[in-house]
Structures are given as structure tokens and as C-alpha cells.
Design a protein around this ligand. Structure first.
Ligand SMILES: [Zn+2]
Length: 302
């Protein structure tokens, strides 16, 4: 498979405030997992008057670390990329503490009932924060917040979730891509709210933003050649799509059989998440008119 060279994050000290750039600090939560890597990176933008991006999971140690990091700051904006349980839940506490508005594209749409095990497994790992409803809704291109020396603009990037939004720090030519682009791995795209066609379009959208010099993702290390990195992510997704189409055309009709063939080199604990991605690819291929669902719920070429 093609794809970007993923980086590693090796010197993590949970709860420590790291100044990763002159105007950017990061605190990493101790919630490592197969989806969050070392844990959630919460970012603090500015000095004196600050914005916080993705306050993170409900975890006492992380809440205390953020409280300490913000002790002499005035928080004026709480920006949230999307409503997974490792990103948004502490926003409610931070809003309560500081009075700063929570800012996001919108709440997560309520999920439809599902009897699909693999969907449950992925939603358990990346549980939804359905309680989150931002004080301020930002559309694509809106200025989300402003402070001394910083301007944050919303870049709506549906795909990982339909409400996913990246935040651009304009003065520093930095993008906070949330889970849209991660530094250590590809992103889970799990239907129905996750949408592969939208995801690839949103990758093209951020790749087309020529001016971004550095990405600071929620999970994993900084991405210092973002356009090239995202182009490689797009190539990886399109290659996977070709493989899924090839599998359907070779007569494989069901998703578990496709996963067994296409993800043979991927750790088994990730196969349920991989099944969600294959479903997402199949739905994109269906949209493109290349596959259709059979009466028995399998897939066949058109
Ligand atoms: Zn997420």
C-alpha cells in the first residue's frame, strides 16, 4: 500500500504543558488506545488571552493538568473539532469554569439504531458525546475566534464525522486538523455518520490550502510537509478503494471476506474498524455507480 510515512511521538509526559511553538502549548491526556495512539492532545493558543482546542476526555488527571496550564490565562474561546469522547466532553467543564463560549460546526447528529456489531465496537472505542451542543456554530470559512496575535478560522471537513471541523491559526500558518489528518495513522471512517466520499473531498480541500506550513493533529506528531502528506493519504484511500472494487469484481461478496484479504497485514484487533472503512468504501463505490447491493445484502459489480 502507498501512504504517507507516519511519525511517532516518543517523549510523552502526561499532564505536562509543552510549548510546541511560540504561540502554541499542548497537554496530552492519558487515554492511550488503538484509536487515540498516545492520547488526546489539547492545544492552547496565545498568551494571556487564549483559545483552547479540543479540551479532551473526562479524565481527572487531564482536567487538573488543563486547569493548572490555564491558571494565569483568560480563556476566551473553546473550539471543538468533533464530538468523539476523546475530544469534546471536557468542553462543558471548561465552559463552566471560564464562561468562554464553546465553538464548533454543530452537535453530532443522533445515530440511527444499529444491530451491527462492528459499528458498536467502533462507537465504544470512539464513543459519541451527544450532550455537546456548541454555544456558537461556525460554518466553513468563518472566523471562529480572535485574540491578541491569533485568529482562528473554521475549515469544515466532513468525513471522519459529518460535523468535523479543522481550525486554522492564520498568523502562524498552522492547521489543527483534529482527527481529519492524524500524525501516526489513517483515520477511522465509520458509516453512517462517517462518509468516505466526503472524507476524500475534505482531504482534497485541506491539501488545496496552499499556505499551511504545519499541522498539529490531536493524535500523533506534527506534520511538517502537510500538502505532501495529505496527497499521500488521498493516494492511500484511492488505492484501498481500487482494492475493494477489485475484490468485488473477483466475486467476494461480503465485508468480512474482503477485510481478511485486504487487511491481512494489519493487526487483527483493528479488523472491526477496517470493516467500517470497507463499508465506507463500498458506499462510495455505490455512489459512483461501480457496485450495487445484492438482494441478500452482499455486494456485486454493476
Ligand atoms: Zn474522532
Amino acid at each position: 500500500m502507498s501512504g504517507p510515512e507516519f511519525g511517532t511521538l516518543d517523549d510523552v509526559v502526561y499532564g505536562r504543558v509543552d510549548r510546541v511553538a511560540p504561540m502554541i502549548r499542548r497537554v496530552i491526556a492519558e487515554n492511550p488506545s488503538k484509536f487515540t495512539y498516545r492520547g488526546t492532545g489539547t492545544y492552547i493558543i496565545g498568551e494571556g488571552e487564549v483559545a483552547v482546542i479540543d479540551p479532551g476526555p473526562v479524565l481527572d488527571s487531564h482536567r487538573d493538568a488543563i486547569a493548572a496550564a490555564l491558571a494565569s490565562e483568560r480563556v476566551t474561546a473553546i473550539c471543538v473539532t468533533h464530538c468523539h469522547s476523546d475530544h469534546s466532553p471536557l468542553a462543558a467543564w471548561l465552559h463552566e469554569e471560564t464562561g468562554a463560549p464553546t465553538i464548533a460546526f454543530g452537535p453530532h447528529p443522533p445515530p440511527p439504531p444499529s444491530d451491527d456489531d462492528s459499528a458498536d465496537e467502533v462507537t465504544v472505542e470512539e464513543a459519541l458525546d451527544l450532550a455537546f451542543d456548541p454555544d456558537v456554530r461556525v460554518a466553513d470559512g468563518n472566523i471562529a475566534a480572535r485574540g491578541p496575535g491569533w485568529t482562528i478560522r473554521a475549515v469544515h471537513t466532513p468525513g471522519h464525522t459529518s460535523n468535523h471541523t479543522c481550525f486554522a491559526f492564520e498568523e502562524e500558518a498552522v492547521l489543527f486538523p483534529g482527527d481529519h489528518v492524524m500524525g501516526w495513522s489513517t483515520t477511522v471512517v465509520s458509516p453512517p455518520d462517517g462518509d468516505m466520499a466526503a472524507y476524500v473531498d475534505s482531504l482534497r480541500k485541506v491539501a488545496g490550502r496552499g499556505g499551511d506550513r504545519t499541522y498539529w493533529p490531536t493524535h500523533g506528531p506534527a506534520i511538517t510537509q502537510p500538502q505532501r502528506y495529505v496527497e499521500a493519504l488521498i493516494a492511500h484511500r484511492l488505492e484501498r478503494e481500487e482494492q475493494v472494487l477489485g475484490a468485488v469484481r473477483s466475486g467476494i461478496t461480503d465485508i468480512p471476506a474482503m477485510v481478511a484479504v485486504l487487511y491481512a497485514d494489519v493487526r487483527e484487533e483493528l479488523h472491526k474498524a477496517a470493516a467500517r472503512s470497507v463499508l465506507a468504501h463500498l458506499q462510495k463505490l455505490e455512489l459512483d455507480g461501480l457496485v450495487r447491493v445484492t438482494p441478500t445484502g452482499g455486494y456485486e459489480p454493476t
